[in-house]
Design a protein around this ligand. Structure first.
Ligand code: TNX
Length: 762
């Protein structure tokens, strides 16, 4: 195979960059996130200047008006007077007493006034959030507010973001900013994950050892979990009760409810480190230093555990006015309970059939206590196991099944399925991403989320109260990285939760996001830029070959690329039209804004052969779970990588043979054939028994030209056959599946996977 440079098609019309558009919301352009339920634009607009007044008549609305002023001051340097009356050059806030749709509002603006009618104080607050988003995003003295008529209310009552402050601690200042941003997106719940194995983060005055011991750990895992390395640095932190009050008040001013989570019976190691008598074995224990699930949990047979937790809750409840208290309930291994005489005695006494029932006993006992104090519990979906506590709300995180089951049992549900709501997952497959826990959840996937499972009928669907994104902080150790993980994915989620389902449109969202990120910049949010970075699409070029189309949604962005493996700069070739691949090499591209690189670069390595972009047919389709977007991926010049699972290249066939035919343009000389396959038995992927290539002039009569029966390489095996004096138009490859996985091996008895990618014809 020739490894020379890519030969590039010449430059033509500017492609892929919308360079002429403005970066700010010009007068009259409306870009609100989340999209209001109903909006109509008028011809005129309101001119806000120093003389404009805000009319607010109750305490809450005056606080809301002050929040508007704070935003305005950033943009203009001035604040507006807040008055009890006024009808000209005024922003008038009215608040009603509608408790059925309390968060709704209307907003009307024309050249005279802006009037916001909130159904309640929270409605007025959301109206003001919308007004803020009607302001331009660039600094000026006078600001045009487009004339609009908006009627708006949320689709879901529960619109949440979670923050794990145990694995890594976040300051009060950061938490306030987190809440501020949440409210800006019309979200209303902050789930504060305060305790876990790796740190207890809330002051409990009755138990100072929680502060002294449980809030600290001797060191922290460094790098990947599998590396099992530690940083050797003591780590700690907790919020005093005064600080907690401050945060809760701040949240209330932003119409955000704070739900504290005190984890039980699992994820309790930090507490056990201070109080070893609360564990089954009696310890000694140490606050967790590595991630994952620990076997040592609260002893369910020991009444002191319940008394301790009740004491803790007695101090927690007065700090948090929320109706809901989160008691965790997830990932509680039962191994200690199985061996613990106290737990076993409890099971016998209470007639509990197994340890799941014991967990259920634990949760129900705590629920009773909290119900007696006028509170309701929320728990992760494991609280369904062994029987659901009578009044519990379920947070469905291990997929959506827990949510479906709970709703069918007439329990309220908050959806947080990992696939759509775990913002600790990667947002891009770029190798330049900072280390994250795993997974892949780009913004468009968040946006595509539909919280009400189709399995539920209309009655059951009412129990889906909303959804929440979770920010587990094992790998998210600082403020910047946290913001990077949250935004703009939370913008997408806010629209899923607030806007009517039929108003959602991803392309339109991205258009508004282009403006919205300027607001995030004003707030100094370190948002992730993947939506706007350069993307490359490798497709068939219409002429029996392959080309790469580059694009970026960045306003005013310009794309430059290289083909010699050097990093692209504004001095590299400007991208003007799809780049045809005519030789092997690597294309690297980057979008620049004002000469500065924006987001990750695009990089793609190609091999080159004559089958590329040619018509290909597969006798049997690959298994859905390992099937690239189209058969073209078999002849796109891109070889499947060792990260065979999710690079969109490998075709996986479970238990069946693979057969493909490529049709060239004419009968011609064929100097070589090849295909790659994988030998990774631990993952049930077996090399084929044999690979046979044959060639035909007419697509009917084939002649075998190359055969291979041994594939000894661990991982990727490259099958390559050199041919002499072979001519033909149709080239066929047949790969014989290994068959059933033999006894004693991983996955024994299952049909083996056969992997194939890039059918090469030279
Ligand atoms: C599972 S989600 C957990 C957390 C981890 C998270 C990492 C849940 C209820 N438990 O303890 O931090 O995975 O994604």
């Amino acid at each position: 195979m020739k490894k020379t440079l890519l030969c590039l098609a010449s430059a033509a019309a500017l492609w892929g960059c919308s360079g002429s558009q403005q970066t700010s919301a010009p007068k009259g352009k409306v870009s609100i996130i989340p999209m209001p339920a109903s909006i109509s634009e008028k011809a005129d607009s309101f001119l806000l200047d120093k003389q404009t007044v805000i009319v607010a008549t109750n305490e809450s609305d005056k606080k809301t008006a002050a929040l508007f002023n704070a935003w305005l001051k950033e943009l203009t340097g001035y604040e507006l007077a807040i008055k009890d009356q006024g009808d000209k050059n005024a922003i008038v806030l009215h608040t009603g007493k509608d408790t059925t749709n309390a968060e709704g509002y209307t907003l009307n603006s024309d050249h005279n006034t802006v009037t916001i009618n909130g159904n309640s104080n929270s409605g007025t607050f959301y109206g003001v959030q919308t007004l803020i988003q009607l302001l331009p995003v660039e600094k000026a003295n006078a600001m045009y507010i487009p004339g609009v008529s908006i009627t708006d209310a949320p689709r879901f009552a529960y619109r949440g973001l979670h923050l794990d402050v145990s694995r890594h601690f976040f300051s009060v200042e950061f938490v306030k900013k987190y809440i501020d941003l949440l409210a800006m997106h019309k979200m209303n719940t902050f789930h504060w994950h305060l305790t876990d194995d790796q740190g207890w983060r809330i002051e409990i005055k009755k138990y100072p050892r929680l502060q002294e011991i449980s809030s600290k750990r001797k060191e922290t895992m460094a790098g990947r979990y599998a590396d099992n390395k530690y940083d050797g640095k003591p780590y700690g932190g907790y919020y005093t009760q005064e600080q907690v009050k401050e945060v809760v008040q701040y949240a209330a001013d932003h119409f955000v409810t704070v739900i504290p989570e005190i984890e039980m019976p699992g994820h309790a190691l930090a507490a056990l480190a201070a109080f070893p008598n609360l564990g089954c074995t009696g310890g000694p224990y140490e606050t967790g230093t590595h991630w994952g699930v620990y076997d040592d949990v609260y002893c369910a047979g020991n009444d002191s555990v319940f008394l301790f937790l009740q004491d803790v809750l007695d101090e927690v409840l007065p700090l948090f006015p929320s109706k809901y208290i989160h008691i965790g309930g997830d990932e509680c291994p039962k191994v200690r309970w199985q061996k613990c005489p106290k737990c076993q005695a409890r099971m016998k006494k209470e007639g509990l059939k197994d340890e799941h029932a014991l967990q259920s006993y634990f949760v129900q006992r705590m629920e009773k206590y909290l119900n007696s104090k006028g509170r309701q519990i929320i728990g992760w979906d494991e609280i369904l196991e062994g029987g659901l506590a009578p009044n519990a709300t379920v947070m469905s995180w291990r997929g959506i099944e827990g949510g479906i089951t709970a709703a069918q049992q007439k329990h309220d549900v908050i959806m947080t399925p990992g696939e759509f709501c775990y913002f600790d997952h990667y947002q891009s497959k770029s190798p330049n991403e900072p280390l994250a826990i795993g997974g892949f959840l780009p913004v468009n996937k968040v946006y595509s989320y539909e919280p009400v499972p189709t399995e539920l009928n209309a009655d059951q669907a009412k129990y889906i109260k909303g959804a929440q994104a979770n920010l587990w902080s094992e790998y998210i150790g600082n403020n910047d990285y946290m913001e990077y993980m949250v935004y703009p994915r939370a913008c997408a989620l806010s629209e899923v939760l607030w806007s009517p389902k039929d108003k959602r449109n991803y392309d339109n969202f991205v258009e508004r996001l282009k403006v919205h990120v300027k607001r995030l910049e004003l707030k100094k949010v370190n948002y992730a830029k993947h939506v706007f970075e350069v993307k490359g699409a490798v497709t068939e070029n219409g002429k029996g070959g392959v080309h790469v189309t580059l694009s970026s949604q960045l306003e005013g962005g310009k794309i430059f690329f290289t083909t010699d493996s050097t990093a692209p700069t504004p001095q590299s070739t400007p991208y003007t039209q799809p780049i045809s691949i005519t030789h092997a090499g690597t294309i690297r591209a980057q979008v620049f804004s004002d000469g500065k690189p924006f987001g990750n670069e695009f990089s793609q390595t190609f091999i080159f052969h004559k089958g590329m972009g040619k018509k290909i047919t597969l006798a049997a389709a690959a298994d859905k779970s390992h099937s690239p977007a189209s058969n073209f991926a078999m002849v796109d010049g891109i070889e499947g990588l060792a990260s065979y699972d999710d690079d969109g290249q490998w075709f996986g066939f479970k238990g069946i043979n693979m057969e493909a035919v490529v049709e060239l343009d004419s009968i011609q000389d064929i100097h070589g054939v090849g295909i790659n396959t994988v030998n990774l038995k631990s993952d049930w992927i077996y090399p084929p028994k044999q690979v046979v290539f044959s060639v035909s002039d007419d697509g009917k009569t084939y002649k075998e030209v190359y055969k291979q029966t041994a594939f000894t390489q661990q991982g990727i095996n490259k099958v390559r056959g050199k041919l002499q004096q072979v001519r033909g138009r149709f080239v066929k490859v047949q790969m014989q599946n290994f068959g059933k996985i033999p006894a004693g091996a991983e996955g024994a008895g299952n049909g083996a996977w056969l992997f194939a990618d890039e059918f090469i014809i030279d």
